[in-house]
Design a protein around this ligand. Structure first.
Ligand code: NAP
Length: 445
């Protein structure tokens, strides 16, 4: 009896479980499917929300990035050193000689310094280039509302090729510079960059070192007795001097006979610009009556015609630089927009107008700052690296340059060899006292 009841209960229990499973399972399945769908919807929604948030963030980021860029662009535009323009009339009566005035930074500097009233003498490699440059400077002055250029303001050119030392000397012995009695500023700007294959000049030197340094060394020397009492000599170097981070290599520098590298030679020549400046200043400082200042600079990375050799572009090489310098063509182009964007992101990328600022500022007197022997970028003094500060290299560069151009660079007011002996003595004394000081300092450490 008991056993039968127990069996019945178990049977009923099994039956109810089966029945309930049979009815409940589909319901549960449906419920589960609903939950899964809901979950999926939820995930999709979350994903959509995430995507929307990411898009919002991207748009927001871009917008605030754009605002930041705009703010930065505005502050660049408000900076008077961005495109430094000396005041109109502030350089009246001063004479400025600018080498390589037929193109790029030299031409732009000539225009801006002319607006300030200076007499401008540009040097160019031919009459055509020289007169084209003067035409462009005049047109610029007229555009700047200087309808009548004062008669006493001289805008002129001299033909000069740095790659031919003999012809440079000749232009002085032929009295071609006699009509320039005094020079207040010498802006040594002409240059070439990264010539792909080694080239030598008629004088037998590697072309970059001659165009960029030796020619200017000779010109400065030839003009030295015309330089006024407070003359400024501005040598355009480049941050590319850092390619020569192991210092001047005198067994390579002048002829680059073995191991020629386009950038190697450019770097060496731009480091030579710095050493020429600091050594010239050292010699100036040894003569108390002389108040000249020599300074050097990096203009920035500027889209001038300087790259026409390094781009391996034969067509460009054949085009005269004055033709490439067509400002109006460049205006309103996407290039201008990209240029300004690049400048906003990295201030070393500059337009030609911006690139000329530091040399215009230095040439115009640098607002009475003491610029002697210093290196500038964006109108601010920059520290030179140790490899650019070796006095012995400076002296050696000077002496070897004198030998190579075949002319002793006597600073004026000295004139006689006796006086030069005195300067040599002063410099030697200065050197030995410096050596003593450094030995004493080392001893005391
Ligand atoms: N642009 C940059 O990014 C940049 C950066 C750092 C430093 N720099 C320096 O800035 C200076 C000016 O260059 P730029 O950018 O204005 O280049 P650019 O437009 O090519 O102008 C160079 C000027 O130098 C003249 N020149 C070249 N070799 C000469 C020679 N043997 N004798 C006489 N004149 C010669 C050229 O005359 P032709 O028209 O006859 O060729 C031209 O007028 C150079 O010293 C360069 O090293 C430029």
């Amino acid at each position: 009896m008991f056993l039968r009841r127990a069996v019945t209960i178990v049977f009923l229990l099994l039956l109810s479980t089966t029945l309930s499973n049979a009815f409940l399972f589909p319901i549960l399945l449906k419920k589960r499917a609903i939950i899964v769908t809901k979950k999926k919807l939820c995930i999709k929604k979350i994903q959509q929300q995430k995507a929307a948030a990411a898009a919002a963030l991207t748009i927001g980021g871009a917008a605030s990035g754009f605002t930041l860029l705009q703010q930065r662009q505005q502050s660049i535009l408000n900076d008077k050193y961005n495109i430094y323009q000396p005041e109109e009339g502030s350089l009246l009566g001063q004479t400025i000689v600018i080498t390589g005035g037929s193109s790029g930074l030299g031409l732009e500097s000539s225009k801006r310094l002319a607006v300030a009233g200076a007499n401008i003498i540009v040097t160019a490699r031919s009459d055509n280039k020289g007169s084209a440059a003067i035409q462009q400077i005049r047109a610029y002055l007229e555009k700047k509302n200087k309808a009548t250029i004062p008669e006493q303001q001289r805008l002129d050119y001299k033909v000069l090729n740095m790659d031919d030392l003999q012809s440079m000397n000749q232009s002085f012995t032929d009295n071609k510079w006699d009509d320039v009695p005094i020079v207040d500023v010498l802006l040594n700007n002409a240059g070439v960059m990264a010539i792909p294959q080694r080239e030598t000049t008629v004088d037998g030197y590697e072309r970059q070192i001659q165009s960029n340094h030796l020619g200017h060394f000779l010109l400065t020397s030839l003009l030295s007795d015309k330089l006024s009492k407070r003359a400024r000599i501005i040598n355009v170097s480049s941050s590319a001097n850092q390619f020569a981070f192991t210092g001047l290599k005198f067994n390579y520098l002048w002829k680059a006979e073995s191991g020629y590298g386009p950038w190697r030679s450019y770097g060496q020549s731009k480091l030579a610009n710095i050493y020429f400046t600091t050594e010239l200043q050292r010699r100036i400082d040894a003569i108390p009556t002389l108040e000249w200042s020599a300074a050097t600079l990096h203009p920035g990375v500027v889209p001038t015609n300087l790259g026409r050799y390094s781009g391996n572009n034969d067509d460009l090489e054949a085009i005269p630089s004055t033709v490439l310098d067509n400002d109006s063509d460049k205006e309103n182009t996407i290039q201008t927009f990209l240029g300004s964007l690049a400048n906003t992101i990295n201030q070393d990328f500059k337009s030609i107008e911006q690139g000329a600022s530091t040399q215009v500022w230095l040439a115009s007197g640098a607002e009475f700052q003491d610029i002697g022997g210093k290196f500038y970028d964006r109108c601010k003094q920059q520290q030179l690296r140790p490899f650019a500060l070796n006095k012995e290299d400076g002296k050696r560069l000077w002496n070897e340059s004198e030998d190579l151009v075949g002319r002793k660079f006597d600073l004026p007011s000295l004139g006689t060899s006796k006086d030069n002996e005195i300067v040599d003595m002063v410099l030697d004394e200065e050197d030995s006292s410096n050596n003593r000081t450094s030995t004493t300092t080392e001893d005391s450490i």
